[in-house]
Design a protein around this ligand. Structure first.
Ligand code: IFM
Length: 448
C-alpha cells in the first residue's frame, strides 16, 4: 500500500452510497407512484437544464451490472435508499408488490456478491399524495412513515440488518422548506422547523419497528449531514455567529437525537417559530440508535451580519482554498473534528462516515480513461482524516464514498458528477474512474 494511505482496523467497512431518485430512473415502471422530486423536477425552472430523474443512471434496469462493478471495486458494503413511492405509491395504504420485488432482487444480488446492504428508508422522495396532504409539515406523516418502515423491513429484514431511517434531516427541512432550492420548494422558516421536528419524530418511531422486524443482530441508525462553522475572525461577534451556525446546522438535530432536547439558544432565537413539542416527543426522538451516520463535505466560515436574517450571519469563501465543482471548500480535517466531537460530546455507540466525496469536472479521455486526480486526492485526504479520528479513539465502523455512480445531483441535475464510476447518460455506459481504481487498491490492501 502507498505510504501515505493508512491501513484500517480489521472489519472496517469500505462502501459507496447512492439514493433511489438519483440513480434508479424507471420513474413509471411497475407501479411506482409520483414523488415530490418528480413533481419538482418537472416544474420548469427548478432544476438545472430541466433535468429530471425519469431515467437517471437507469439503475432500476441495470442493477445487476452495477453490482458487478461494485464487486470489481471490491466494496464490502453498499448504501442505497428505497423509493417510498415504489413501495406505497399513494404514501399510505396499498402496497406495490413489484416495488418490493425490485429491492428483494437488489438485496439478493448484493448478498450473493458478498456486499453488505445498508438500506436507507428516506432519501427525499416523499410520495406526492402525502405532500398534497401537508407533507412533512403535517404531523400525520409520522404514522405514514412508520407503516412504510414496517412494510419494507418485514420483507427485507431477514436479509438486511443495517438500516438507516432518514438521510440528512437538515436538507429535508431547510433546503426543502426554507431556501426552497429542493423539493417541495417551500420557503418558510416556521414550516422548516415543523418539518424538522416531524422528520426526527418519524425517525424515532421507526427505530423499534425496524429492530423488531430485522431481528436481534440488526443495527439501526440515522444519517445527518454536518457542516462545522468556523468564525471568520476572533471577535466575540463572529464567534457567536459561528455558534449560531452550529446551532442551526448541527446541534438542532444532533442534540435532540442524543437526548439533550433542542438547544436552548436556538429555541430562543427562533422564538414563536420553534416547533410545538408534545409530551413524549423528545423521548421518542432520542430512542437509542446503534450507530450515527455522518455525511461530511465541507465547513463554513462565517461572520456576524445583523442584516442577514434569520441567523444574523453570512458565510465567506476562504481565500486560496481549493474548492470542488460545487464551490465547497476542501477541508479534510473537518471530518476528523466532527467524528471526535460526535464520539466525545455525544457518545454515540458507533459511527460511520455514510457519505464523503466530491464533484469535479470529469471527461473521458480518447483512450477511454477518466482521470480524476482531484477526486482521488479528496478521497485520500478524507480517508486519512477518518483514520486520524480512529487513532483518537473514535469507534468508526466504516466509510462510504459518495457516490458509486455519477447521478442526478438534485437542483444541479446531471451537471455535477460525484461518482467513482462515470456514467455516459446518452448510452448508459459505465467506466470506473481512476479514483474508483485507487479505492479498489485501498480496499484490497486492507483486506489482508
Ligand atoms: O447528492 C447528495 C446526496 O443526495 C446527499 N448528500 C450530499 C450529496 C452531494 O450533494
Amino acid at each position: 500500500m502507498e505510504s501515505d494511505v493508512p491501513s484500517f482496523p480489521p472489519g472496517f467497512v469500505f462502501g459507496a452510497a447512492t439514493s433511489a431518485y438519483q440513480i434508479e430512473g424507471g420513474a413509471a415502471a411497475d407501479g411506482r407512484g409520483e414523488s415530490i422530486w418528480d413533481r419538482f423536477s418537472h416544474t420548469p425552472g427548478r432544476v438545472h437544464g430541466g433535468d429530471t430523474g425519469d431515467v437517471a443512471a437507469d439503475h432500476y434496469h441495470r442493477y445487476a451490472e452495477d453490482i458487478a462493478l461494485m464487486r470489481e471495486i471490491g466494496l464490502t458494503a453498499y448504501r442505497f435508499s428505497i423509493a417510498w413511492p415504489r413501495i406505497v405509491p399513494d404514501g399510505r395504504g396499498r402496497v406495490n408488490a413489484a416495488g418490493l420485488d425490485f429491492y428483494d432482487r437488489l438485496v439478493d444480488g448484493l448478498l450473493a456478491a458478498g456486499i453488505t446492504p445498508f438500506a436507507t428508508l428516506y432519501h427525499w422522495d416523499l410520495p406526492q399524495p402525502l405532500q398534497d396532504a401537508g407533507g412533512w409539515a403535517d404531523r400525520r406523516v409520522v404514522d405514514a412513515f412508520t407503516d412504510y418502515a414496517d412494510v419494507v423491513s418485514r420483507r427485507l429484514g431477514d436479509r438486511v440488518d443495517r438500516w438507516i431511517t432518514v438521510n440528512e434531516p437538515w436538507c429535508i427541512s431547510f433546503l426543502g422548506h426554507l431556501t426552497g432550492e429542493q423539493a417541495p420548494g417551500v420557503r418558510d422558516l416556521g414550516t422548516a422547523l415543523r418539518v424538522a421536528h416531524h422528520v426526527l419524530l418519524a425517525h424515532g418511531a421507526a427505530v423499534p419497528v425496524l429492530r423488531a422486524n430485522a431481528g436481534p443482530t440488526s443495527q439501526v441508525g440515522i444519517v445527518c449531514n454536518m457542516t462545522p462553522g468556523a468564525a471568520a475572525s476572533d471577535t466575540e461577534a463572529d464567534r457567536r455567529a459561528a455558534e449560531r451556525w452550529d446551532g442551526f446546522f448541527n446541534r438542532w438535530f444532533v442534540d435532540p437525537l442524543a437526548g439533550r432536547g433542542y438547544p436552548s439558544d436556538m429555541v430562543a432565537l427562533y422564538g414563536p417559530l420553534a416547533p410545538a413539542v408534545e409530551p413524549g416527543d423528545l423521548e421518542r426522538i432520542a430512542t437509542p440508535v446503534d450507530f450515527f451516520g455522518l455525511n461530511y463535505y465541507f465547513r463554513a466560515v462565517v461572520s456576524d451580519d445583523p442584516d442577514a436574517p434569520p441567523l444574523g450571519l453570512r458565510s465567506h469563501e476562504v481565500p486560496g482554498a481549493t474548492s470542488t465543482a460545487m464551490g465547497w471548500e476542501v477541508y479534510p480535517d473537518g471530518l476528523r473534528e466532527l467524528l471526535v466531537r460526535l464520539h466525545r460530546d455525544y457518545g454515540f455507540a458507533a459511527l460511520y462516515v455514510t457519505e464523503s466525496g466530491a464533484a469535479f469536472e470529469d471527461r473521458v479521455d480518447p483512450d477511454g480513461i477518466v482521470r480524476d486526480p482531484e477526486r482521488l486526492a479528496y478521497l485520500r485526504d478524507h480517508l486519512a482524516a477518518a483514520r486520524r479520528a480512529i487513532d483518537e479513539g473514535v469507534p468508526l465502523g466504516g466509510f462510504f464514498v459518495w457516490s458509486l455512480l455519477d447521478n442526478f445531483e438534485w437542483a444541479h441535475g446531471y451537471a455535477k458528477r460525484f461518482g467513482l464510476i462515470h456514467v455516459d447518460y446518452a448510452t448508459q455506459e459505465r467506466r470506473i474512474k481512476e479514483s474508483g481504481r485507487w479505492y479498489a487498491e485501498i480496499i484490497h490492501a486492507n483486506s489482508r
